[in-house]
Write a protein that binds this ligand. Sequence first.
Ligand code: BES
Ligand code: MN
Ligand code: ZN
Length: 487
Amino acid sequence: MQFKLSAAADFAASDNLIIGFIGKEDNAVSELPDALSGPIAQWRTAQLISTKLGDVTPLLQADGAQVLLIGTGDSLSVSENQLKKVSAAIAQAMTKSKASALSVLLNGLHVSGRSAEWTVQKLVEWTLTGAYRYDTTKSEKNAEFATTQFRLITDTDAQDAIELGKALAHGVNVARELGNLPPNVCTPTYLAEQAQQLADRYDNIQTDIIEEAEMEAMGMGAFMAVSKGSDEPGKLIVMHYHGAGSDDQPHVLVGKGLTFDTGGISIKPSAGMDEMKYDMCGAASVFGTMSTLAELQPKINVVAIVAAAENMPSARATRPGDVVTSMSGKTIEILNTDAEGRLVLCDALTYAERFNPASVIDIATLTGAVVVGLGHHPMAVYSNDDNMQAEILEAGKSIWDRAWPMPLWDDYRDELDSPYADLRNIGQGRAGGSITAATYLAEFTKHYTWSHLDIAGAAWTTAKEGATGRPVGLLTQYLLNKVPSAS
Ligand code: BES
Ligand code: MN
Ligand code: ZN
C-alpha cells in the first residue's frame, strides 16, 4: 500500500473512499464537495450522524464515491487512546472497502499535547496494526486489501512520520504474528529460521545461531536446565543490526523466547495453559524491533539475543531441588521449574557481556505477579541505572507504549539466599513476585547498564486481539533516541 500526502483534496477518482471525522462540536469535512457539506449539516442536526467515538456513518456521494464519517466524541481534539480507536475504525473501513484509493481528511483532527506529525505517525501505525488479522493456520484466508493508495489530506509535511508509522506497524505486526502462531509451529527452531530469513532479507542484519552443544560448552547450565526437558532443541539466536561504525558500542536487546511454558515438573494447572504459547512475546518484540530498525536504518548498532527454549516435564527435565551452574559461574538452586524465564535469561545476559554493550534491555513475560500488580496496560521497568530507567519511561510515554517504574532494592535480595547454592530461583513467597524475579536477574547484570521489562500483562490479551506486539514501539523509540544527532 502506498501512502501519499496532499494538501488539497482531489476526489476525481470515482473509486475513492473518503473518510472524514466528526465530533459533537466540530467536524473536519470542510474539504468535502459543497454538494455534501450542506446535507451533512442537516443530517447532523437531524441526528442521523453519530459523533460517538469510533462510530462510522456511511454516506453516498452523487458520483458514487463513498464517504464515511468517523465519530471522534466531543470534539476533534482527542486523546492518544481515542486516536487509537479512531484508527481502528479506519482499519475496519479499509478492510471492508472495495475502493482502490482511500482519502483521509485529517484537517482538524488533533491529539492534545502532540504535534501534527505525531498524529500522522500514530494514525498510520494504528491503521496498519488495526488491519492485521491472524489467518496463518486457518483454511480461510483474509482477503487482500483492495486499497492500494492511502492518501492523507493534511497541511503538515509528514512524510517522515508516515515512514516511521509504517516501519513501526511492520515491526508490531511481525511481533504479533510470531506471538499468535501455535506452539507446535513456533518452536525454537522456527524462531531461528525467522532470524536467518531476516538476515537474508536485509543487508544490515546478520544472524548467528548457537546450538545446545555449544551452549553446554560455554557453561550455560541455567539455560540447559530449562531446555533439556524438551525434545525441541533450544537455540540462542543472535542478530546484529549494523547502522554505525564497527567500533560503536551496541545496545543489546535480550528476549525471553519460551515457545511454550508448561511449568516443567512444577507443572501449571491446565486451565488457560494454552496462553503460555505467548511466553515468547519478549523474543517476538525483539524480532519486531529488528525488523523496524532494518527498515528505518538508524545510525546505531544493536545486538539482539533471543533465548529460545521450551519448558516441558519429562524424564530428562530438571527436578525442584536441582542445583545447576550458570555461565557466570554462580550456582542456582532451582526450587520451582516454572520460574524458567529467569534461568534462560541469566545465561543470555551473561553472554551479552562479550559485546561490550552501551546498554542492555531484557524483555520478558516473566511473572504472573506483574499482571496482578499493574494489570494489562503498563509494562514494569526495573533498572540498575536511574537515568536509563527514566529514558525508558520517557521513550514509552512519547511513543505511547508505556511502562511504569518498579524498585530494585537490595532489601529483596535476602529472599534469594539458598543453603545449597549461590542463589535460588524464586523468592520466599508470592509477595513481590515480579520484583524478586528482577532482583534475581540483577545478580547477572552487574557489568553493564541494564533494564528489565516485565511484559507479562502487556504482551497479549485474551480477547480476539491476541498478541499485541508490545513493546516494539518503546524499544524502537529508546533506540532512535540513541542515534547521535547530526552536527
Ligand atoms: N511465563 C510465566 C509468567 C506468566 C504467568 C506470564 C502467567 C503471564 C501469565 C513464568 O515463566 C512463570 O511461570 N512465572 C511464575 C514464577 C513463580 C513460579 C515464582 C509465576 O509467575 O507464577
Ligand atoms: Mn514459567
Ligand atoms: Zn515462562
